[in-house]
Design a protein around this ligand. Structure first.
Ligand SMILES: Cc1cc2nc3c(=O)[nH]c(=O)nc-3n(C[C@H](O)[C@H](O)[C@H](O)COP(=O)(O)O)c2cc1C
Length: 211
């Protein structure tokens, strides 16, 4: 298939310096609300890139579950491939591709584990099936077949048939603490608007970047 002529001119919006909130978390919140109103499919789905000890990058989608001025929290398995990368190198990058709005947000920073109490609070809010899933899946490990998962599900269902399902020790949240944000708005003729926020002497500075 020839896809060289797949192209779209971006004409929906523009972004100027005066549109921007001086606080990048507020700016993110505003764009997130607009993504939600525009019915972007899963606006909280984000790519997270990690780099392992051999400097090999990996990227995958996770769901943003909490965001505030402390950072961006997602939940995962603490023994997964991404968790192993993070253990060796806690610098990560996030990407929100809100294509319906011809926008993307890029964030980079350092990641840290959230407290067990915070993970537990979120874990208990999940549907029971998802709670069991966290117990069942040795995320990122090779398994023989789907039957492995079915068998584990049956085991865990009977183990936790009564009472609350406890938090697995290998499951919880990570918080990405941003050091840099970029808000990108597609414009006509590839002359897009890009603004980067970076912390300098404890204050966020804003600069326009060439597209
Ligand atoms: C829409 C979507 C949402 C996802 N959300 C999560 C998530 O919140 N947490 C998670 O661990 N994996 C999530 N995944 C699966 C990951 O992309 C990935 O397959 C998994 O975390 C294993 O990655 P790793 O082997 O690099 O650690 C999601 C995948 C998709 C497509």
């Amino acid at each position: 298939m020839d896809i060289t002529n797949f192209r779209k001119d971006y004409t929906k919006f523009g972004l100027t310096r005066k549109d921007l909130n001086s606080n990048p978390f507020e700016q993110f919140n505003q764009w997130f609300e607009q993504a939600q109103s525009a019915q972007v499919e899963e606006p909280n789905a984000m790519s997270i890139a990690t780099v392992n000890k051999n400097r090999e990058p990996s990227i995958r989608t996770v769901l943003l579950k909490i965001f505030d001025d402390k950072g961006f929290v997602f939940f995962t398995n603490y023994n997964s491939a991404k968790a192993q990368d993070i253990e060796q190198n806690n610098s990560v990058a996030l990407l929100f591709p809100w294509l319906e709005l011809e926008r993307q947000v890029r964030i980079s920073g350092k990641v840290e584990k959230i407290s067990q109490a915070e993970s537990f609070a979120y874990f208990t809010s999940r549907p029971k099936g998802s709670q069991l899933g966290a117990w069942i899946s040795p995320q990122s490990k090779i398994i023989e077949s789907r039957d492995f998962l079915k068998q584990k599900l049956a085991e865990m269902k009977s183990k936790f048939s009564s009472g609350k399902i406890p938090l697995p020790s290998a499951w919880g949240g990570y918080r990405v603490v941003p050091e840099k944000f970029e808000f990108w708005q597609g414009r006509s003729s590839r002359l897009h608007d890009r603004f980067v926020y970076q912390k300098e002497d404890g204050k966020w500075t804003i600069h326009r970047l060439a597209p």
